[in-house]
Design a binder for this molecule. Sequence first.
Ligand SMILES: [Zn+2]
Length: 347
Amino acid sequence: MKFKFLHPRDEIIEIINRIYQNGMTTTSGGNLSILDEDGSIWITPKGVDKGSLIPKDIVRVLPNGIIEGIHEPSSEFPFHLAIYKARPDIKAIVHAHPPALVSFAITRKIPDTHIVPKASEICGKVGYAKYALPGSDKLGEVIAEVFKQNHDTVLMENHGIVAVGNSLIHAFQRLETLDYCARLTLKANILGKVKVLSNEDLELSRKESTLEEFEPANHSSKEKEIRKNIISLIHRSYSQNLVTSMEGTFSARVEADKFIITPWGMDRKYLSEEDLVLIEGNKREAGKKPSRSVNLHKEIYEKNPEINAILIAHPPNILAFGVSDAKFDSRTIPESYLVLRDIQKLP
Ligand SMILES: [Zn+2]
């Protein structure tokens, strides 16, 4: 899906559907907006079920305040407007009430994004806004003030979350990733002591791979089949919450020193066969960026000729063991041990 060619109405529908389907909002809560180039704001309507919105429900508020559309704009329009006025770099806003993040908001806590490698980079600076009446100008003032301090995601006391971005998908990815950190932290806290990564580890995880480019002479039928299988699995994994839109790397071996891997920085929900990257020896398919964990995959294939596929995923239930000091024991139900055997935990 190419978001840059979508009309703001369609973009809003696509993202509100993802938010609703991911259980991040109720039928009545949450609102999304896009600031258009002419200064108009496209926003979700007031009082319409968030699970069944269609493009014509989206409201346009012109710079002079005139409203176009069949509904009234969201009752939270004042805070959207206040944020756009406070920060000219912001082009889209997502507001929702995901249960895990609201759990933090009602206990006056901010989830730590340093528990997994990429989250702090995606979410940016996370802030906290004091409570004010929903729909009031006061709420707009309070939130805009926090965004003025260069925060990118803001928890709203006893209310919800606001994420901003240079596009709606960018704001959504921040919301989704922070929600993921919140869900992971809640689960890890049940299991044991939550551990965070050092700045040094985080810095290392941002290094890009330095493989040289090559132009493949051809793409074999086997390679095409592998591409199709990876895409089918990653889409299933996204819908099952095993990967997030920005995290999760799948690969499969084509030949001894050739494998296919998912790309860096592309939304997992919309990946297609042609986005996947062919790696041969120390080279990557021209014009494409492989996942930053490409060297890990490469080394596993090189040292283990019997391994033909690798999935790196982030399901919160199992990763809760990864970010806490708890040990995972698969000897809980027969099927678990039969399929998994003993699970190693690496530093
Ligand atoms: Zn709300």
